[in-house]
Design a protein around this ligand. Sequence first.
Ligand code: AMP
Length: 192
Amino acid sequence: MNIIVLFGPPGSGKGTQAKILAEKYNLEHISTGDLFRYNIKNNTKLGQEAQTYINHGKLVPDELTTEMLIDELKRNSNKKGFILDGYPRTKSQAEALDELLDSIFQTQVDVTLALYVEDEILVKRILKRSEESGRSDDADESIIRNRIKEYYEKTAVVSNYYKEQHKLVELDGEGSIEDITAELSKEIEKFV
Ligand code: AMP
């Protein structure tokens, strides 16, 4: 089983690349953001609990997020592997992921591929995306900046966690979609 983590700030292209790569390598794409949006749309208890955080550009508490991820991993336990997009986003999520991959699948993260993009480009990209995504957290610049702030305050440290394990590969996320897919593919092919 392969476990590939796509890492980076909001708007760095994780979602776009995860979709392409999941199809290319026959892996299951798990986006915690998409799972939350699905729950909000269907007005589930989880959706109601997560909504306020998401609307303010804050991270949803670790426990809620990790419970949701565990359910999704178990539901897909017959799959060849996973591309995780948007999880882990805190050090404690990264630790939880290690434990649950070990206990559910007796496996571990193969590699964390980090995409870096300059902040002002992130803001522009997300505002542009809002024209199609319909996401309220994409349409408001102050919420976007909050999401970027959350990334630096809580998420950026996750890269150190994987760096210490020699599992971090850092890539420039500012090129064309095709070029970045090619760079990411080179790294994934070391494992699949
Ligand atoms: P995304 O679609 O990845 O940009 O996520 C949208 C929003 O969902 C984020 O701004 C957070 O509020 C929430 N979210 C998604 N993944 C996580 C996570 N791993 N931990 C906490 N909150 C998350």
